[in-house]
Design a protein around this ligand. Structure first.
Ligand SMILES: *[C@@H]1O[C@H](CO)[C@@H](O)[C@H](O)[C@H]1NC(C)=O
Ligand SMILES: *[C@@H]1O[C@H](CO)[C@@H](O)[C@H](O)[C@H]1NC(C)=O
Ligand SMILES: *[C@@H]1O[C@H](CO)[C@@H](O)[C@H](O)[C@H]1NC(C)=O
Ligand SMILES: *[C@@H]1O[C@H](CO)[C@@H](O)[C@H](O)[C@H]1NC(C)=O
Length: 438
C-alpha cells in the first residue's frame, strides 16, 4: 500500500513534469498524430520523417521500435534558435533518467557541446554501437495531426526531449539519415512524449509497408486504410511483457528494457507444433531469452536450436504440399521452387506459421506474404534467419514479418493488438490516404 502510494505519487508527478516540459503549442488538441514510413531498399531499414528546429527542417529518421528516445547527430548541420541543452540536475534530466554525470565540453559551445548538461547513451541498434557522448536537449518538433483518415494540420511540441549524438554514431543508417526515432517504452520515447504533450492515450500503432508508404499513428484509432478498413477494429490482443534487464547498448544498473516483448508459448507450422526448448521462450532473471519485436532486424531471427527445429518442420510441411526445396540463395538457407506453389490473397500458398501466445486460441498467423521472400528465378526463400546459439533474445520478430500487419502498442495497459495480415481485408499498410484534408 505504502509502495503503491509512493509509486502513484511519483507517477502523477512524472505526468505533470512531462506535461510541463513538453508543453504543446496548439490551441485545440489533436486526437492523434500520423507519420509516414518508407522502406529503404538497400538497407531494408524503415524511415520516417519529422520536422524539427527553428526554422523547421525535415529530418529523416530510422524507425527503432525498441529505441529509447529520439537521437540525432548534431555535430554538423544542426542549426536552430530554439535548441536548449538540459542543465545538469534539472527536472528534464531526471525525467529522462539521465545519470548524475555533468558533461563538460571544450570544443563548443554548439548543439551537443555545452557545459553542465546531462547525458544519455544513444544506441545505434543497426550497428549495435552505443556512446556515452550524448547531450540531452530540447527543441521544437512538429508532426501532422490526424482524424484517422487523412493527415491534418501540423502540430508542435515546443520542448521535445531528444539526445544530441556525435556523427560517428550515424554510420550504418540508411540514406544518410541523421538519427533514429525511438518508439520504446521509456519516459522520453516518442509515444510517451506525444501522449503527454497532447493528453492522449499512451498508445501508438505501426503499419509497415515493403514497397509503398506505410504509417505510424500516435494516439487512438480510427486507423483508416483505403478502401474501407478501420484497422483499429481488427485487433487481437496479447500482453506486452517487461524484460527486467535493459537490452540497450549502454545502460545503468537496474534499468529495465524499453523494448516490446511478447510471450510466445509455441510455434506451429501447418498446425503442427515445432519441438523447441520452452526455457528459451521465457525471459530469465538476467533478461535473456523471450521474444521481442524489432523494426531494425529485416527478418525474424531465431536462436540456433529453434531455427533448426523450425526449418526442419517447415521443410517437412512444404514437402507434404509437394513444394520442393532448392539450394540456398542470397543468405537464406531454406528456399523452394515456386513451381507447385499457388497464389492466394495473402501471398504464396505455403505452410502457415502460428506464433501461439497466451493460449492456444490466441496466435499470430504468418502467411506466405510475410514468410516467403521472392528472390527471383521462381525461387522463394523462408525469410527467417539463424541468430546463433546464445543470442540475448531467442526470437526477434523482424520487419518483413510485420509488413502489412497493423500493430498497436498500448503502454498504459501493456498490451499489443495485432491484426495479422491486412491483405485478408483487401487492404495494405500502404493504403493510408496521405492527402491532407486541411
Ligand atoms: C566549459 O568549461 C571549460 C572550463 O571552465 C571551458 O574551458 C570551456 O570553454 C567551456 N565549454 C563551453 C562549451 O562553454
Ligand atoms: C533449454 O535451454 C536452456 C537455456 O538455454 C538450457 O539451460 C537447457 O539446458 C535447455 N534444455 C534442453 C533440454 O536442451
Ligand atoms: C503430391 O503429389 C503426389 C504425387 O504426385 C499426389 O499424390 C498428392 O496428391 C500431392 N499432394 C498435394 C498436397 O498436392
Ligand atoms: C483521399 O483524401 C482526399 C482528401 O480528403 C480525398 O479528396 C480523396 O478522395 C481521398 N482518396 C481516396 C482514394 O479516397
Amino acid at each position: 500500500m505504502a509502495l503503491c502510494l509512493l509509486r502513484c505519487l511519483l507517477f502523477s508527478l512524472l505526468a505533470i513534469l512531462l506535461f510541463t516540459f513538453s508543453s504543446a503549442q496548439t490551441s485545440s488538441r489533436p486526437k492523434a498524430l500520423v507519420l509516414p514510413v518508407t522502406k529503404d531498399a538497400s538497407t531494408l531499414q524503415y524511415l520516417t520523417q519529422i520536422k524539427q528546429r527553428t526554422p523547421l527542417v525535415t529530418v529523416n529518421l530510422v524507425v527503432d521500435l525498441g529505441g529509447q528516445f529520439l537521437w540525432i547527430g548534431c555535430e554538423n548541420n544542426y542549426v536552430s534558435s530554439t535548441y536548449q541543452p538540459a542543465r545538469c540536475g534539472s527536472a528534464v534530466c531526471s525525467l529522462a533518467k539521465a545519470p548524475g554525470t555533468c558533461r563538460e565540453c571544450f570544443a563548443g559551445p554548439r548543439p551537443g557541446c555545452n557545459n553542465n548538461t546531462c547525458e544519455l547513451f544513444p544506441y545505434n541498434s543497426v550497428t549495435q554501437s552505443a556512446t556515452n557522448d550524448g547531450e540531452v536537449a530540447q527543441d521544437v518538433v512538429s508532426v501532422q495531426s490526424t482524424d484517422g483518415s487523412n493527415p491534418g494540420r501540423l502540430v508542435s511540441v515546443s520542448k521535445f526531449i531528444f539526445v544530441c549524438a556525435p556523427s560517428i554514431l550515424l554510420d550504418g543508417l540508411a540514406g544518410g539519415a541523421p538519427g533514429m526515432a525511438g518508439l520504446g517504452r521509456s519516459n522520453i520515447g516518442l509515444p510517451t512524449q506525444f501522449a503527454s504533450a497532447f493528453s492522449f492515450h499512451k498508445r501508438f500503432a505501426i503499419c509497415l509497408s515493403g514497397s509503398g508508404k506505410g504509417v505510424i499513428f500516435f494516439g487512438d484509432g480510427p486507423y483508416k486504410l483505403l478502401p474501407n478498413t478501420d484497422a483499429s477494429r481488427e485487433l487481437i490482443y496479447t500482453p506486452l511483457l517487461i524484460n527486467p534487464k535493459s537490452t540497450a547498448g549502454l545502460f545503468m544498473r537496474g534499468d529495465k528494457s524499453v523494448e516490446y516483448f511478447i510471450g510466445i508459448n509455441s510455434i506451429k507450422i501447418d498446425d503442427v507444433a515445432v519441438s523447441i526448448n520452452k526455457t528459451l521462450l521465457k525471459i530469465d532473471s538476467h533478461g535473456n531469452g523471450g521474444t521481442k519485436i524489432s523494426t531494425v532486424n529485416p527478418y525474424t531471427q531465431l536462436e540456433t536450436s529453434i531455427y533448426e527445429a523450425f526449418t526442419k518442420a517447415y521443410i517437412k510441411a512444404s514437402a507434404a504440399r509437394n513444394i520442393s526445396r532448392v539450394g540456398s540463395v542470397s543468405g537464406f538457407d531454406v528456399c523452394f521452387s515456386s513451381a507447385n506453389v499457388g497464389g492466394t490473397r495473402v501471398g504464396p500458398a505455403v505452410p502457415t506459421i502460428d506464433l501461439v501466445l497466451q493460449s492456444s486460441s490466441v496466435y499470430w498467423r504468418i502467411f506466405g506474404a510475410n514468410s516467403m521472400v521472392d528472390v527471383g528465378n521462381n525461387v522463394l526463400c523462408l525469410g527467417f534467419v539463424d541468430a546463433g546459439s546464445s543470442p540475448r533474445t531467442s526470437v526477434v520478430i523482424g520487419g518483413y514479418q510485420l509488413e502489412d500487419n497493423l500493430l498497436q502498442f498500448d503502454l498504459a495497459t501493456s498490451r499489443l493488438g495485432f491484426s495479422s495480415s491486412l491483405l485478408f481485408r483487401q487492404t495494405t499498410c500502404a493504403n493510408f490516404n496521405f492527402t491532407s484534408n486541411t
